[in-house]
Ligand binder design. Structure first.
Ligand code: B16
Ligand code: MG
Length: 217
C-alpha cells in the first residue's frame, strides 16, 4: 500500500530548470561556447559540481580545481539572483490542489532535491511547512541517479521504499527512484521518461484517487 509521496523540486513543484539553464549558459558563453536546451536536459537532477564537469567537457575545457570552484560559485550567484525574484506565483499549476488531496488522503510527503538551495526556494514560494520532511543537497553525499536522496526521505518518514511513490521530471531522478525500489511517476514526456511507471504532463490533470488507482497493479 502506498503511504508516502516523495517530490522532486525543480520541474515538479517549480520550474527552476530554466534559471539553472540561463545561469549555466551565461557561464558557458563567457568561456567561449554555448549550450543548447536539448543539452540541458541531461543536467536535470544532477548536482552543481557534476553539472559543471559535464558542461566543461562539452566545451572541451580542462581547468584547475580552483577555477572550477570559482565558476560554480559564480553560476550559483547568477542563479540566486533569479531565485530571489520568485514568489508563490511560481508554483507550477495544479500543485496546491494536488497537495490538499494528498493531505486529505493521509499520505505522508517528502521533498527529495539535490539542490543546496531547496530550502530557500521553498521559503520564496511559501511551501516551507508543507512537507513531512525535506531532504536537499546539504543532507546527501551522492546526487541522482543515486537513490540516496529518496531513501533518506523514506527513512525519515518511517515508510518502506516499496510503499513510496516518487514524482520526477528528470531522467536521472526516475532512475534514482527505481534503484531505490520505489514507484516512479514521470512529470513530462513519456518519450523522455521511459523508465517511469506512469507519466503525466503535469500535476494539473491528475487527482490522487486516479493516480492511486492507476498505480495499483
Ligand atoms: P544547486 P532537483 C537539481 O534540483 C536540479 O535539477 C539541477 O539542475 C541542479 O544542478 C541541482 O539541483 C543542484 O542545484 O546548484 O541549487 O545546488 O531537480 O533535484 O530538485
Ligand atoms: Mg527535477
Amino acid at each position: 500500500t502506498i503511504k508516502a509521496f516523495l517530490f522532486d523540486l525543480d520541474g515538479v513543484i517549480v520550474d527552476t530548470a530554466i534559471f539553472h539553464y540561463q545561469a549555466w549558459r551565461r557561464m558557458a558563453n563567457e568561456l567561449g561556447f554555448d549550450i543548447s536546451e536539448e543539452f540541458n536536459e541531461q543536467l536535470k537532477g544532477i548536482s552543481r559540481v557534476e553539472s559543471l564537469e559535464i558542461i566543461l567537457q562539452h566545451g572541451n575545457l580542462v581547468l584547475p580545481e580552483e577555477r572550477k570552484a570559482e565558476l560554480a560559485a559564480q553560476k550559483n550567484q547568477w542563479y540566486l539572483e533569479l531565485v530571489s525574484r520568485m514568489t508563490p506565483d511560481d508554483i507550477l499549476p495544479g500543485v496546491p490542489a494536488f497537495f490538499s488531496q494528498v493531505h486529505d488522503a493521509g499520505i505522508k510527503t517528502a521533498l527529495g532535491s539535490v539542490s543546496k538551495n531547496a530550502r530557500l526556494i521553498l521559503e520564496r514560494i511559501g511551501m516551507s511547512n508543507v512537507f513531512g520532511t525535506v531532504i536537499d543537497g546539504n543532507k546527501i553525499a551522492r546526487g541522482k541517479p543515486d537513490p540516496e536522496v529518496f531513501l533518506k526521505g523514506a527513512e525519515e518518514l518511517g515508510v518502506s521504499p516499496a510503499d513510496c511513490v516518487v514524482f520526477e521530471d528528470a531522467v536521472a531522478g526516475i532512475e534514482a527512484a527505481k534503484r531505490g525500489g520505489m514507484l516512479a511517476v514521470g512529470i513530462g514526456s513519456p518519450n523522455v521518461l521511459t523508465q517511469a511507471d506512469i507519466v503525466w504532463p503535469s500535476l494539473e490533470h491528475v487527482t490522487v484517487t486516479q493516480l492511486l488507482k492507476s498505480l495499483d497493479r
